[in-house]
Design a protein around this ligand. Structure first.
Ligand SMILES: [Zn+2]
Length: 165
């Protein structure tokens, strides 16, 4: 996978300001600017969902990946000492992570392994999803067949009871 082309300037959806790399802080001086949402996808294999417990559905979350150092720590001077602060991490759920934070986008854009396309992601994740959905559908159909058979038997029994011996 090739490295995504990185923007060098963004426009904030909150304060309307145009800003460049490193100028992440929004008008309130606390939070980061907000930009158009971007979704990152990685191709980790889904966890084996195993057999769901009886009466429960398959788990919605089948994979979690924590990516550390997003954003990386910043060097600050504190009491004459250099300290590293503000290291963050993001969590990919089922191989996908969306964010409107330009700083996180900037660092994730640098990582080729998180630039999988929707199609690549579908192949890795959706087939498993579809397999599960198919399994559930088959189970429901089997249950329905049993239910129908039971009702039929009951109806027959009732019918026999009504008839004089
Ligand atoms: Zn802003």
């Amino acid at each position: 996978m090739s490295q995504a082309k990185q923007p060098i300037e963004w426009a904030c959806e909150v304060c309307g300001k145009k800003f460049g790399i490193g100028e992440w802080t929004c008008a309130d001086g606390q939070s980061n600017h907000v930009v158009k949402e971007k979704t990152y996808r990685c191709l980790d294999a889904p966890l084996d969902p195993g057999k769901p417990a009886e009466g429960s559905t398959a788990p919605v979350i089948r994979g979690r990946t924590v990516v550390c150092n997003i954003p990386p720590a910043k060097k600050v001077m504190e009491g004459g000492e250099v300290k590293l602060v503000g290291e963050g991490s993001v969590e990919f759920i089922n191989g996908a992570y969306s964010t409107k934070d330009p700083e996180i986008q900037y660092w994730l854009d640098k990582k080729p392994s998180y630039q999988a396309t929707q199609e690549q992601w579908d192949q890795m994740w959706k087939t498993a999803e579809e397999r599960l959905a198919q399994k559930e559908h088959e189970l429901r159909a089997a249950e329905q067949r049993l239910e129908n058979e039971r009702n039929e038997l009951l109806a027959q029994v009732k019918q026999q009871k009504k008839q004089p011996a």
